[in-house]
Ligand binder design. Sequence first.
Ligand SMILES: [Zn+2]
Length: 242
Amino acid sequence: MKMNAWLTASLLLSSSAFAATAPHWEYSGESGPDNWAKLTPEFAACAGKNQSPVNIGGTIKAALAPIKTHYVAGGNELVNNGHTLQVNYQPGSTLELDGQRFTLKQFHFHVPSENLIRGQAYPLEAHLVHANDKGELAVLAVMFKVGAANKLLDQAWKSLPKSGDKVAFDSLLDARKLLPTKLNYYRFSGSLTTPPCSEGVRWLVLKHPMTVSQAQLDAFKTAIPHANNRPVQSVNAREILE
Ligand SMILES: [Zn+2]
């Protein structure tokens, strides 16, 4: 009996894993952000108390350590997963944080921005996603205002894959081209901004925006035609440091 129950459970698990890699969700409608937590038990964290994005305000002055990135060129492919355009990154670029090393895994984009800075939205926000060897995440977020074209985005979005497709780059992209010179930042604890909305993510949002051209924004929208920003979530008991 025990064995049968175990077999049934494992068969169910493997068949559901086979049927789909992840349950379906969207940015609007019945599968939209208000309902993410109810779509499947796997997304229960979306109703948590430490969710991202947030409206950054009511900050507390703190002696935040300077951000230390050790990036090299490593972006090797562009993926259109239907929710965003994501550049996957080869191992070898790291962020030093809390005495630990976090490796840059990928960066992707939200139009318009997800986080707000004192109520202000930006037309574009980049998320550089890092993980340490325990699998804990740190996201470095960069805002963009409309202005001069960004050189990395010209390279990254030269050839746009359709939803579900990807393209390899001829030469590796360098994430340093996404960062402003001054790396002053806000810090708080948050979550993934997409299901499963896992918490415990270290968020670093840079204060100084970069620029993106209107043509680059339009190019992004041809690949991802809908807004892909989750609405801001309650800060609750969290502190936002600067
Ligand atoms: Zn993101």
